[in-house]
Design a protein around this ligand. Structure first.
Ligand code: C5P
Length: 414
């Protein structure tokens, strides 16, 4: 395995993206979207409707993107064929916010300004992010326009619900810029895991002692969530079984929330048979209180002994029960000492295909941080030692290796 560690698969570096801003109150959020895309090293151009320029100045987008902004078809700065080249040179057009008017124009092929003409002439993929008053969004006219766009392969993001600027309650809010970027990553990815079912566990479990106390550990779930997100961006269908965390559920990932190790076991067993790649990144409590008191345990003697029962080892159970080659089984080993020896023993004892080992006593690896330095051990004895990487990069690397193992199986396909 001399292959260089993969960089992020959902990487937007060098991608040509046109952000089309129309005249809704959420136009200000497009500034953050452009900033995030530029931070991802995408080449960003911004087209605006005339109404959008009443909400936010073109200069803001010019400064953020580093490129000239076009808001008028026949301006001095607008090239004669910009309305054709912009949408044909681009990898992706993101219409955010897309007003009811712009949604209608794109759906019906109306080209009466730069933004709509450019969209009509485009060969790029298109992501539409509607944002408008709830009544406008729910109006059958808009709904039919949205489904028309979807039928043509345009991705339309569902607006968020809540209180809108106009004080109405309901759907109509522009999704957060970070969610739009995630959707863009998914559209632009080469979908190399399409058709695969990926099961991921993440986070710590809580083992209750009484109604207010529980035993847990320092896992935040970041690594498992990064794997679930990366797998979905790469086209897999992803089931995420997660202990309690404060993390946002990655877009397009099917979450099953659990609290205890026993609940996690149930959830995992339910989804195991249909899974092609199983990545167990959860930090499952090895023990649970023997009994859970119905009432809060009162302060009493100087010392209090709590009797603990061993929790089932979910991963070992999967490893031992699985039909040979039914799936690729990946474990994690969080260690504070003898990293390689301990990880190797787990790989063998639990009958895994690979194990990702990390030293959780380090400050830049393991729990609660955004980076990880891992070692990946394989069944045949090979050990890969990539450098310190962002958790998203580790996620892609783990998925790259799992995919290679999946493809190398003697009989694959179901
Ligand atoms: O033996 P240890 O807990 O260190 O093994 C870690 C690996 O086993 C992780 O992949 C973890 O998700 C999994 N595990 C499990 N059930 C347990 C304990 C650990 O699935 N009860």
């Amino acid at each position: 395995m001399n292959e260089k560690p993969a960089t992020e698969k959902g990487n937007m570096k060098g991608k040509q993206i046109v952000v089309g801003v129309s005249g809704g109150i959420a136009a200000y959020k497009a500034a953050e979207l452009v900033r995030l895309l530029v931070r991802e090293e995408a080449v960003v151009r911004v087209a605006m409707t005339a109404n959008a320029t009443r909400f936010i100045a073109p200069l803001t987008f010019a400064a953020l993107s580093g490129n000239r902004v076009i808001s008028r078809m026949f301006d001095e700065g607008t090239g004669a064929i910009d309305h054709v080249t912009w949408g044909q040179d681009a990898d992706l057009i993101i219409l955010a916010p897309a007003t009811a008017n712009v949604v209608a124009k794109v759906a019906h092929g109306i080209a009466d300004d730069f933004l709509s003409t450019m969209t009509l002439a485009a060969t790029a993929r298109i992501l539409v992010c509607p944002s408008m008053n709830t009544r406008m969004y729910e109006n059958p006219a808009t709904q039919e326009n949205v489904s028309l766009l979807q039928r043509r392969g345009i991705v339309v993001m569902e607006p968020g619900a809540g209180e809108l600027a106009c004080r109405d309650e309901g759907p109509g809010r522009l999704p957060e810029p970070s969610e739009i970027v995630e959707e863009a990553r998914w559209i632009l990815s080469d979908q190399d895991l399409a058709g695969l079912q990926v099961l991921v566990t993440a986070g710590a479990t809580h083992e209750p002692m009484d109604p207010v106390r529980y035993i847990t550990n320092r896992s935040t779930g970041k690594m498992g969530y990064a794997i679930a997100q990366a797998a979905r961006i790469r086209g897999a269908s992803v089931k995420l079984v997660s202990g309690p965390t404060s993390l946002a559920v990655p877009r397009g990932v099917d979450l099953e929330s659990v609290t205890t190790a026993l609940e996690m076991r149930q959830a995992v067993l339910k989804h195991f048979a249909g899974s092609d790649i199983v990545v167990m990144a959860a930090a499952v409590s090895d023990y649970r209180p023997h009994s859970t008191e119905g009432q809060k345990i009162k302060k009493g003697p100087e010392t209090l002994a709590v009797e603990l029962d061993r929790n089932p080892d979910i991963l070992a159970e999967l490893g031992q029960s699985r039909e040979e080659k039914h799936c690729v089984l990946v474990g994690f080993a969080a260690e504070t000492d003898d990293l390689l020896a301990n990880a190797e023993k787990k790989l063998k004892d639990k009958n895994l295909d690979m194990i990702v080992a990390n030293d959780v006593s380090r400050e830049d690896a393991g729990f609660a941080v955004d980076t990880n330095e891992v070692k990946i051990l394989f069944r045949d004895g090979k050990v890969e030692t990539p450098p310190l990487m962002k958790k998203q990069e580790v996620a892609d690397l783990v998925l790259d290796r799992a995919k290679t193992l999946w493809e190398a199986r003697p009989r694959h396909g179901k």
